[in-house]
Design a protein around this ligand. Structure first.
Ligand code: FES
Length: 201
């Protein structure tokens, strides 16, 4: 997304909703008063959840004020971790794991499909505003490679056909179910195992 678009989409103000204010107060109880700025990461996460999955500059200023810490320190944390989105993302936000295990099992084909179906560049919202995608490092589900994360859900054991169906369902705003697309339950084997003549699920 261009800098101008990011600039134009910045809201002037931000404050936590009533519900998030309560959550913020609960979070603060985990830290001694003198270390309350340690709450900056969960606060950023709350702000992201509240603001359609991205954190505007106004939210960083609000959090800095709330935790009595310099705005630049909040900005440093927000820009260091890739899990914080600093520009608008689609309602269906696709993160494609392209670390080695996923890559050798076809993550490059998933990236190609994202470019074709969603948008030619990562971090660019699709024409109908429904979706955006980005490449990320290992999401900890290597056993089900290749995989993608869509908002909070994992879609695993993918191939070109299943990925195409999933991405099309997002564009049409009717997301398919998360989970394994080879019919596995969690990380169990696909077929029953036979050990010493006995069947094991
Ligand atoms: S390498 Fe893709 S989930 Fe670990």
């Amino acid at each position: 997304m261009s800098l101008k678009k990011v600039h134009d989409s910045q809201p002037k103000d931000f404050k936590f909703s009533g519900e998030n204010l309560k959550k913020a107060e609960e979070i603060l109880k985990r830290y001694p008063e003198k270390n309350k700025k340690s709450a900056v990461m969960p606060f950023l996460y709350l702000a992201q959840k509240q603001n359609n999955n991205w954190i505007p500059l106004a939210a960083m200023k609000y959090i800095a004020n709330y935790l009595s810490m310099p705005y630049i320190s909040v900005y440093e944390v927000a820009t260091f971790y890739t899990m914080y989105n600093l520009a608008p993302v689609g309602n269906h936000f696709v993160q494609v794991c392209t670390t080695t295990p996923c890559l050798i099992r076809g993550a490059d084909k998933i990236v190609k499909l994202c470019k074709e179906v969603i948008s030619p560049n990562e971090n660019e919202v699709s024409k109908n505003g429904n979706c955006s995608w980005m490449e990320v490092e290992c999401l900890g589900a290597c056993v089900s490679a290749p995989m993608i994360q869509i908002n909070d859900d994992y879609y695993e054991d993918l191939d070109e056909k299943s990925t195409k169906e999933i991405l099309s369902s997002l564009i049409n705003n009717k997301p398919l179910k998360p989970g394994s697309y080879r019919g596995r339950k969690n990380t169990s084997p696909e077929k029953k195992l036979s050990i010493n003549g006995e069947n094991h699920a």
